[in-house]
Design a protein around this ligand. Structure first.
Ligand SMILES: [Zn+2]
Length: 196
């Protein structure tokens, strides 16, 4: 995780030589830096201005909502004829354009990491790790999933149901196989010698 040694920018003492340029930061790193600057800018221009230590989950959610005005993802509302359909409508509908859930989720991940990097001794809570932010993202995911006919939630549910069903059927199988086991069926079965 901490193998960033040689790529650390250390050329503050003098101007970098034209022939030796440090390797450019990765796409993720530069994106993270851009996002962080955007966020700081948002806090600075906030009414009233918010300093980083004052910033909490509510501010993060406000920021995510603010970003929606630059969004490009059509999110159909329940009343729209295109609601629940993945294809984009041909005569455009008046539903709002939002940030896609995936973009917001990735953005929060980058900002959370950026905040962690700047934290000195853990005296400030990471607002991006706030529970409310997680709840907000989940709501966005569900709303967009429904609007586009992608049932994220159902898929999870089905998985969980399938696994519990498998577990219970295995239990039933065990119960049917051994007659005198009361509590630890598997254990008693393996330790007991041949039953007549
Ligand atoms: Zn629509």
């Amino acid at each position: 995780m901490d193998a960033t040694g040689p790529s650390e920018p250390t050329g503050r003492a003098g101007p970098p030589a034209a022939t030796f340029a440090p390797p450019p930061p990765s796409r993720y790193e530069s994106q993270k830096r851009r996002d962080w600057n955007t966020f700081l800018q948002y806090l600075r221009t906030h009414q009233p201005p918010v300093s980083l230590p004052q910033c909490g989950g509510a501010h993060v959610i406000e920021f995510l909502r603010y970003l929606d005005r630059f969004g490009k993802t059509k999110v159909h509302e329940p009343g729209c004829a295109h609601f629940g359909r993945p294809e984009s409508p041909d005569p455009p509908c008046p539903c709002p354009l939002n940030q896609a859930w995936g973009s917001l989720d990735a953005l929060v991940g980058r900002l959370r990491a950026a905040h962690d990097e700047r934290r000195t001794s853990g005296e400030v809570e990471n607002p991006f790790a706030d529970r409310a932010v997680g709840v907000y993202l989940r709501e966005v995911k569900e709303r967009q999933g429904k609007a586009r006919g992608v049932a994220y939630r159902k898929r999870w549910k089905r998985k969980r149901v399938a696994s519990t069903a498998a577990g219970s059927s295995a239990g039933a199988d065990k119960r049917g196989g051994s007659s005198s086991s009361s509590t630890a069926a598997g254990d008693s079965r393996s330790s007991s010698p041949a039953a007549s």
